[in-house]
Design a binder for this molecule. Structure first.
Ligand code: FRU
Length: 447
């Protein structure tokens, strides 16, 4: 039988478990999205870097394994990291995870490729600086003023989240520069940090704080999420300082470990792992029967507009639009033979009440609050996320066979979620579309 959950435009593995996006880069014109991958099993016991490539960010080729845990200093996992280009060569940075008699050791490691196909591990390694536990991982590298900078997610020996900073002139030898950033919001550990300046206006630090019971324990954290902090980078003091409170990057159910990169058009693009499933949801995820788990989000362009971080769907995705239908009635039903589509609702006049059901999911706007609901596939109950949105002008929904991304007000807020609905078709019912309200529906699959 056809796998009804197989996504159409979201990157997912053909087998095994995928997690974080890694080493995102446009190299010699082509987009490279590496990712955390357990190609042997549906758990987190083994990690290598898998690779997908694309010429347009929409159609992807699965290139399978890229970097394997085959050295003594990465034998327990080629963990997350990033990519940069220098003189026509791709440099990849990852964390070599090791366990010796149960004790964790982490090394930041370097890989060089000149063709994007062969990946050569370098001998240089960066050890964890003093004052930090071995939860030291996920290097992100960038260039500023002809100097290379690397931040790494860390945990202090006092069990506090922090981010360390390193500097290099040649990308191979690195010197520790001290703590780049720390604050109580980073909880007990900070995974997958990313730093960039946006539209020459703001500096942004994205972080994944984790709550952990102690710096010694080595199992799953109690909780974690992906957030961002707006601030200022000072290259003299080599510190990032916060100017506004930490905010969520995504308002939905499934979004973690995001990474950004600058493409050749100068766009700052972000991609996340589309999961923050708890163990129960992960172990009961319906794709397990098909031999794979998890997917990435669509790439989104980051923009700083009116003092707010926007995540905007890429124009490239418009090539997927096949058939267009429009609706203006106050209430209605839209049905289609496929669950893969894009739906755009615009409101030219202020809207007070609006609701829409989309197979098992719900979207409703009432008294200034937007509510997104989905059926939890383990408990079978409706779970709800609510956000205050003073003025609702646009809702754009990208619906795949088991993944939905909802962009509100042109990317001012995004809700990402996995969903698993048995119906082979899509059925949408909407209510209270006001005068000035418009719905455009694009089928993505040919009839
Ligand atoms: C985040 C993370 C990273 C680590 C990787 C291991 O999801 O825990 O910190 O490098 O996944 O797969």
């Amino acid at each position: 039988m056809l796998n009804q959950y197989k996504n159409y435009f979201h990157i997912e593995p053909d087998k095994g478990l995928l997690n974080d996006p890694n080493g995102l880069i446009q190299f010699k014109g082509e987009y490279y999205f590496f990712h955390q991958w357990n190609r042997f099993n549906l758990n987190h016991d083994y990690k290598e870097w898998g690779l997908f490539t694309s010429k347009d960010l929409v159609h992807w080729t699965n290139r399978q394994s890229a970097i394997l845990p085959d050295r003594s200093d990465d034998k327990n996992g080629v963990y997350s990291g990033s990519a940069v280009e220098k003189n026509g060569e791709m440099y990849l940075f990852y964390t070599g995870n090791t366990k010796v008699n149960g004790a964790r050791r982490s090394y930041q490691k370097i890989v060089v490729s000149n063709d994007g196909q062969t990946f050569i591990k370098q001998e240089n390694i960066i050890k964890t600086p003093e004052g930090f536990s071995e939860h030291h991982r996920d290097p992100k590298v960038w260039k500023y003023n002809d100097i290379w900078w690397m931040i790494v997610g860390a945990q202090t020996v006092e069990n506090k989240g922090a981010i360390t900073l390193f500097q290099s002139y040649d990308l191979l030898s690195w010197k520790y520069q001290g703590v780049f950033y720390t604050d109580p919001n980073l909880d007990q550990m900070c995974e997958c940090p990313d730093y960039f300046s946006l539209d020459k206006e703001v500096d942004i630090l994205t972080v994944c704080p984790q709550k952990r019971t102690s710096y010694k324990e080595d199992d799953q954290p109690i909780s974690s999420y992906a957030g961002y902090i707006v601030g200022k980078m000072n290259y003299e003091t080599k510190k990032f300082s916060q100017t506004s409170l930490i905010k969520l990057l995504d308002e939905g159910f499934d979004f973690y470990a995001p990474q950004s990169f600058l493409d050749e058009k100068g766009r700052r693009i972000i991609v996340g792992w589309m999961s923050r499933m708890d163990d129960n949801q992960e172990n009961n995820c319906p794709t397990i029967e098909e031999g794979y788990l998890h997917c990435l989000t669509m790439p989104r362009e980051l923009k700083w507009i009116n003092d707010h971080l926007y995540q905007i769907p890429l124009k490239e995705y418009e090539v997927l639009r096949k058939k267009k239908q429009q609706f203006k009635n106050e209430c209605g039903i839209i049905s289609d033979n496929s669950k893969v589509f894009e739906l755009i609702i615009t409101f030219d006049k202020p809207v007070e009440n609006f609701s829409l059901s989309l197979n098992s999911n719900t979207i409703s706007y009432r008294d200034g609050y937007l509510e997104i609901g989905r059926i939890n596939w383990v408990t079978k109950e409706l779970e709800i996320k609510t956000l205050k949105i003073t003025e609702l002008t646009k809702v754009q929904i990208f619906c795949d066979n088991s993944a939905i991304e909802i962009f509100v007000n042109g990317g001012q807020y995004v809700f990402s979620m996995r969903y698993f609905c048995d119906k082979p078709k899509c059925e949408i019912e909407y209510k209270n579309l006001n005068e000035g309200g418009n719905i455009t529906f694009y089928s993505y699959e040919e009839e």
